[in-house]
Design a protein around this ligand. Structure first.
Ligand code: PNW
Length: 455
């Protein structure tokens, strides 16, 4: 059967659903994190967010107008299993049943993600979150509940969103919950996230459900600052510490050599049983891609600039310096606009993991939008989409990279984690103060780009 190229929008449960205490939903680590003073810009909370829980039908109608044939959303674990490990919640299952049915009625293929950071607080309290293998077991149990409930209609499953962010930002740099700042914890958390992925995929395959399952790993491109062997090795090492960390294990059953040699005993080892569990556990690879940085072995003259949001990762461990080209246009998140980096990133994945199809599970940008007029104008985002989609098409058509889909982050403005509602990344303007869906300029640009691509 020949699948079409999937053009979609992407969102996540915590960022859009709201209804945080409705339908039997339990609290997640993000609900609690929002209560900590000073952690979220403007003290924003996602209690209402985009109110998608109540307005999903209107949102699906917008997707239909946009012309997408796929939608990447996430299922909230605390809606399905409110305390993380106990009984399943029928009202939570009912919500996603209605959403999935509504999508299918409109000819939109559902691409659910099982974990987009909203860990049930019960798993944090009882097992120390991703520091413990128990959380991996609890995740696999929750995943099986989802396969049983939705597996008759869903054909594309994503287990984890950006485990790099969970590990680095949550356990290493402490800017995401559980707000740990510990140089070794990210490697331990990552190990359990990978085991959780493996356990869920095993349940999926042994259960005989139809369709494919993979994961969405994020990675910025790292371009060698100069052509020197040292800079080229530094750039390669930086990509291994970013994408390879979470992808080598699920393809080859081992962490990248660059990480093993730099980290030694700080990097957990896969036991023989664990290796068998994770190796070959992805039917496809997702890529969430936003930007590019230069990498060098020595501190560059123009200074070391790893980006504002921790994009460097556990930078001390990598023995790499990162920098930007001052000529680059920068988004509101200060991420450089570098379409050619996207093309190189896709080629890197295709070369290293040849044979596995790729979905661009996120790509997009944030720009300041003081008022509705600037949103309607929206030229920066429109240009970004044109350029990045052209770079992807070049990778696909000219370089023969097996890209099967593209999901724009994000369908609508939403709760941007520790930035609160201060960032505008959506094709549709919405805020907790104004839940009207305003179509932005880029909404129409994306619609045109999809039409053009379909010919
Ligand atoms: C991703 N970094 O977050 C997430 O998947 C989305 O939920 C989020 O809204 C989107 O990208 C925009 O930020 C990231 O530090 C957070 O490199 C941080 C980084 C990358 C992605």
């Amino acid at each position: 059967m020949n699948s079409p190229f999937y053009w979609g929008g992407a969102t996540s449960a915590f960022q859009i659903e709201g209804a945080w205490k409705e339908g039997g939903r339990g609290p997640s680590i993000w609900d609690v994190f929002c209560d900590l003073p000073g952690r979220i810009q403007n003290g924003d909370r996602a209690d209402v967010a985009c109110d998608h829980f109540h307005r999903y039908e209107e949102d699906v109608a917008l997707m239909k107008e946009l012309g997408v044939n796929a939608y990447r959303f996430s299922i909230a674990w605390p809606r399905i299993v409110p305390d993380g490990t106990g009984a399943a919640n029928p009202a939570g299952i009912d919500f996603y049943n209605r959403l999935i049915d509504c999508l299918l009625r409109n000819g939109i293929e559902p691409f659910p993600t099982l974990y987009h950071w909203d860990l049930p607080i019960g798993c944090q309290f009882a097992a120390d979150g991703w520091m413990a293998r128990e959380t991996a077991e609890a995740f696999a149990r929750y995943a099986k509940i989802c396969f049983d409930a939705f597996g008759d209609r869903v054909r594309h499953w994503i287990t984890f969103n950006e485990s790099w962010c969970t590990s680095v930002l949550g356990y290493g740099l402490g800017v995401f919950p559980p707000a740990r700042k510990d140089p070794d914890a990210p490697y331990r958390a990552a190990h359990n996230l990978l085991l959780a992925h493996g356990l869920a995929v095993r349940a999926f395959r042994e259960g005989g459900y139809a369709g494919e399952i993979g994961l969405a790993n994020n990675c910025d491109w790292r371009e060698p600052l100069t052509d020197s062997p040292a800079d080229r090795a530094a750039a390669e090492r930086a990509v291994q510490f970013f994408y390879g960390w979470f992808t080598d294990p699920v393809v080859f059953g081992e962490y990248p050599e660059e990480m093993r040699s730099k980290l030694g005993a700080r990097l957990p080892e896969f036991s023989a049983e664990e290796r068998e569990l994770v190796r070959g556990s992805a039917d496809f690879l997702g890529l969430n891609h936003y930007t590019t940085l230069y990498a060098s072995a020595e501190k560059p003259e123009r200074g070391n600039d790893i980006g504002p949001n921790g994009n460097g990762g556990m930078i001390e461990d990598q023995d790499v310096f990162l920098s930007v080209d001052p000529q680059w246009k920068r988004t509101d998140m200060l991420w450089g606009v570098v379409p050619w980096g996207f093309r190189r990133m896709l080629n890197w994945i295709s070369r290293r993991y040849s044979g596995l199809p790729i979905y661009v599970t996120e790509n997009g940008c944030s720009w300041p939008e003081p008022d509705l007029a600037s949103a309607e104008n929206d030229t920066n985002r429109s240009e970004f989409l044109k350029e990045y989609i052209a770079a992807m098409q070049a990778a696909k058509e000219e370089d023969k990279v097996d890209v099967r889909g593209y999901f724009c982050w994000t369908l609508m403005d939403n709760f941007e984690w520790n930035s609160g509602f201060a960032r505008h990344l959506g094709l549709i303007r919405t805020s907790p103060d104004d839940l009207t869906r305003h179509r932005k300029g880029s909404f129409y640009t994306y619609r045109d780009l999809i039409r053009q691509a379909r010919g």
